[in-house]
Every structure is written in structure tokens, then in C-alpha cells.
Ligand binder design. Structure first.
Ligand code: NAD
Length: 488
């Protein structure tokens, strides 16, 4: 596939000589080349978006959302093609890719409510003849910098809200997975939006830095690793921009002895190994409390060892490859680190070769048993199908352990006790809590709410947080003396 930028309603080849090869992670075949755009390309997109802004912000919100109604149906009609593209560039299974797009569509549906969600407020007669009015106005030109692991869904935590609230917009997809956004922009093009309202620039660091520094771009959303999130947050805010940056994760699941153990094993396995563990809400370490230990450990090892791994478009595949060979190397290195720190490895996914896909980037599910609190393998985000397991005596120990991690994206508890569940959700420092849930991904009408090193900023993506992020509030105080009205 030829990857192009989309600027001012035109498909444009950036004037560059540097490209990055995009490989199907299941078989290693080159399927596209991402152009690594320069600051000049970002500048062209920012100018187009700035020119489109005055007319777009004056377009009534109820007219703006008509484009989103149309988008919802076009996305549904093209779900198969979009999902296959996600499988081929990102490595998921077909069902995972479809589920990802369902959440994207749900965000479009929620953003269709923006005429109501972004309406203002008025208080009459705060003093005699004086009214106070709260208006919500768009921020201006906004941009999103996306990660590789949800090429279809994550951009939609922002895109529909930014447009419906009257902003103009620039999307920068991950250079590792540029194809899904090409397919999505071919669909968006069919909406007939005014030129410049939505733009796309492909590339990596140089394009990102140009976005962070561009004076016309007023607000930036980012999703990716914590080190880059911190950098984005710092540089964009130093430049006076509104910014939110979601970072990495290391999510625990606590298993109490009173849990439905078979259910807990299945759900934790699906969370840890689904999307090949490349999900910021994947459970990456499980903590068994007291007597939960033996049954859980046996069951989770069995679930890991029997998961069918392969190409995501084959119907029996339950887990696809990781994104690339570099990722395989990093994951295998971290597994080795866990072993050197004293963990045992009852299920070892290193050195995986799948028949017929010998050039693919596969790591089978792996269990690291008895990882040590405070060790590198306990702290480091692996972003692969690796589950660490540890044991404590009480739920209080488990909560202390959970809260001592630097990340706060998600924490899960498996129990049949209401009071344990209440204690957990009350005391745990994480933005997304699962009670008997392994991937506590909020519906589109709730914020996607990471804490601690998993998030830099205030307002999150999705729902009302996104409406707040993409609008700025203006308060007007008006005096209309009584004697003036007598003239009419
Ligand atoms: P990444 O940080 O490598 O890249 C994300 C984006 O940042 C890409 O668009 C990339 O072009 C850009 N980028 C990368 N390095 C940069 C640099 N040095 N300077 C400027 N820009 C740079 O992340 P990834 O590997 O694409 O995605 C995986 C990470 O994203 C994991 O850490 C995962 O936990 C995280 N993630 C978090 C959430 C969340 O909601 N918290 C959701 C999905 C993924």
C-alpha cells in the first residue's frame, strides 16, 4: 500500500526521501512504507486546519454531527476491510480487530450527542438585570499522536469529539501501523467535510516534534509509552498548549481464595495473552492471596500452554504475533531477566516458530512464577504475552503491593466478596478498576482514566472528558438595565 498524507482535502506525497518499512508481523512481508514527514508537511497541515477553522467553528454543532452519523454507518459497512487491515499490519486476531473497531464506532455515536453535551449554561439575574452565561467554544487546531497497538480505536477516543465540538484536526498515526488510518481516511473523505477540517501527517519523531512546536496547534492528545508521554507533555505544555498524554502500564490482578477460580483463570489468561499482551489494560502480573495459589497456578499455566498462536485471519487463532522482531527480542530479553531474578518459568514462549509463518514475530504465552516485588521484571512494562505470578497472605498485602507500582492504568480483583471488592476499589490507586473483569476498558461515555505514570494531564479521552478537553469555557456577564427595556 502507498502511504500518503491527507492535507486540505488532498492525498499528498510528502517531499521526503526517508521511509520506514511496514511488515506484516505474521509473515515478515513488506506491506507498505511509511513516509517520515518533515516539519514542512506538518506546517502545511497546520495551515490548512487553521484556514478551515473559522468556517467550521461557525457551522452549527447539529450540522457538524451529521457527518458523524454518516461516518458511523460507513464504518459499519466497511468493518471487514478495516479489521483485516488491522490484522495484517498490527498482528491481532480478526475478532480482536473487529472488537477494537466497535469501540471506535461507539465513540462516534457518543460524539453525535455533542450538540447537547457542549451546550452552554445561563444564570439569570445574578444581580438585578445582570445575567451570567457560560459558553463552550472550540480550542482551534488540535492534533493526536497515536501508538501502534490500536491503530483503529485509539484515534477515535479523540477524533469525533474534536470535530463535533468545532475544532479542526491533524492525525499522526504510528509509523509502525499507517495502513489502517489510510483506509479510515478514504472513508472519512466520503463524508464530504470541508477541506482542511481533518488532515493526516505520517511520520515519526521529526513530525511529532513539529506538532509539539507548531504555534498554530493549540491542543494535543498523545497515547504511547511513558517515556515519550512525559516528553510530549513537558514540551507541548512548555509551548503553552493544552495536552493530555497517556503512558504505559503494568497491571495487576489480585485473586482471592473465594473467587470463582475457573472464571478468574480464563479471564486473566484472556487479558494477559489477548492482543499478544500488547494492550495497555493487559493483566501483566497476578497476585494470589492465601489458598488461591495452587489451583490458580495450575490453571493459568494450562491456559497459557494451550492457547493457539498463529496468523490472525485463521479462524482457530486465539493469539497473533507481536508487532515486530525488535519486540520479540525485547520480550525475550525481559523473560530472561525475570529468570535471572529468580522466577521459575513453567511455560516458556521464547523461540516460538509457527509452521507456515517462519518469518513471523511470535512469542508464545509465558508464565514467570514467583517474581519478586521491587525486581526489574515486576516493574518493567513488557508489552508482550508474559504473565508474572506472585503470592501474598492477605488482601492488604496485595493492595500495598499494587499501590507501590509506578503505573496506575488498571487493577483487577477476583472475588465473590462485596466488602473485599469495595475495599479494593476504594483503596487502590489506579484509574480503571476491574472487579472480576480482566480488561476494564471503559465504554465510550466514560473517560479512559489512567493514573500515576500511566497519565500526564488532567482531562482524559472519550465521553465528557473529551468534550471538556476540546472546548474552552468562556463566561460572559451581561447587564441589561431595566430602563432600557422600557423603550420597546
Ligand atoms: P511509542 O511511545 O513508541 O509511540 C507512540 C507515538 O509516539 C508514535 O506515534 C511515535 O511516532 C511517537 N514517538 C515515539 N518515540 C518518539 C520520540 N522519541 N519523540 C517523539 N515522538 C515519538 O508507543 P508504541 O510502542 O507505539 O505503543 C505502545 C505503548 O503505548 C505501550 O507503552 C502502551 O502501554 C502504551 N499505550 C497506552 C495506552 C493508554 O491508554 N495508557 C493505550 C495504548 C497504548
Amino acid at each position: 500500500m502507498i502511504i500518503l498524507n491527507y492535507i486540505n482535502g488532498e492525498w499528498i506525497e510528502p517531499k521526503i526521501t526517508k521511509y520506514m518499512a511496514v511488515l506484516n508481523p505474521a509473515n515478515g512481508e513488506v506491506i507498505a512504507r511509511t513516509p517520515l514527514s518533515l516539519a514542512a508537511d506538518v506546517d502545511a497541515a497546520a495551515k490548512a486546519a487553521a484556514e478551515a477553522f473559522p468556517a467550521w467553528r461557525r457551522t452549527p454543532a447539529q450540522d457538524r454531527v451529521q457527518y458523524l452519523f454518516k461516518l458511523k454507518f460507513l464504518l459499519e459497512d466497511n468493518l471487514d476491510e478495516i479489521s483485516r487491515t488491522i490484522v495484517n499490519e498490527c498482528g491481532k486476531t480478526y475478532e480482536e480487530a473487529k472488537a477494537e473497531m466497535r469501540r471506535a464506532i461507539e465513540n462516534v455515536e457518543v460524539a453525535c450527542g455533542i450538540p447537547m453535551l457542549s451546550k452552554g449554561e445561563i444564570s439569570e439575574d445574578i444581580a438585578p438585570g445582570i445575567d451570567e452565561i457560560l459558553l463552550r467554544q472550540p480550542v482551534g487546531v488540535c492534533a493526536t499522536i497515536a501508538p501502534f497497538n490500536f491503530p483503529g480505536m485509539i484515534p477515535f477516543w479523540y477524533l469525533p469529539y474534536a470535530l463535533a465540538t468545532g475544532n479542526t484536526y491533524i492525525m499522526k498515526p504510528s509509523e509502525k501501523v499507517p495502513m489502517t488510518m489510510q483506509v479510515l481516511f478514504r472513508i472519512i473523505e466520503r463524508l464530504g467535510l470541508p477541506k482542511g477540517v481533518i488532515n493526516m501527517v505520517n511520520g515519526s519523531k521529526e513530525a511529532v516534534d513539529a506538532i509539539l512546536d507548531h504555534p498554530v496547534i493549540r491542543a494535543i492528545t498523545f497515547v504511547g509509552s511513558t517515556s515519550v508521554a512525559r516528553y510530549i507533555y513537558r514540551r507541548a505544555s512548555e509551548n503553552g498548549k493544552r495536552v493530555q498524554a497517556q503512558g504505559g502500564a503494568k497491571n495487576p490482578a489480585i485473586v482471592l481464595p473465594d473467587a470463582d477460580m475457573d472464571m478468574a483463570i480464563k479471564i486473566i489468561a484472556d487479558s494477559a495473552f489477548g492482543c499478544a499482551g500488547q494492550r495497555c489494560l493487559a493483566v501483566s502480573w497476578a497476585v494470589t492471596v492465601g489458598e488461591a495459589r495452587n489451583y490458580f497456578c495450575e490453571g493459568i499455566c494450562d491456559a497459557a500452554a494451550t492457547r493457539t498462536v498463529g496468523y490472525g485471519l485463521e479462524s482457530d487463532t486465539k493469539m497473533g504475533p507481536v508487532i515486530n522482531k525488535a519486540s520479540v527480542q525485547r520480550i525475550e530479553h525481559l523473560i530472561g531477566l525475570g529468570v535471572s531474578e529468580g522466577a521459575s518459568i513453567p511455560v516458556d514462549g521464547r523461540g516460538t516458530v509457527i509452521k507456515g509463518y517462519e518469518n513471523g514475530s511470535f512469542v508464545r504465552p509465558t508464565i514467570l512464577m514467583d517474581i519478586k516485588p521491587g525486581g526489574d521484571i515486576w516493574k518493567t512494562e513488557i508489552f508482550g504475552p508474559v504473565l508474572g505470578v506472585m503470592h501474598v497472605n492477605t488482601i492488604d498485602d496485595a493492595i500495598v503491593l499494587t499501590n507501590s507500582g509506578v503505573y496506575g492504568n488498571q487493577a483487577s480483583l477476583f472475588t465473590s466478596s462485596g466488602s473485599a471488592a469495595r475495599k479494593f476499589r476504594y483503596e487502590v490507586d489506579a484509574g480503571n478498576i476491574g472487579i472480576n473483569i480482566g480488561v476494564a476498558a471503559p465504554m465510550a461515555f466514560f473517560p479512559f482514566s489512567g493514573w500515576k505514570e500511566s497519565f500526564f494531564g488532567d482531562l482524559h479521552g472519550q465521553g465528557m472528558d473529551a468534550v471538556d478537553f476540546f472546548t474552552q469555557k468562556k463566561v460572559v456577564v451581561e447587564r441589561w438595565p431595566k430602563q432600557w427595556s422600557r423603550k420597546f
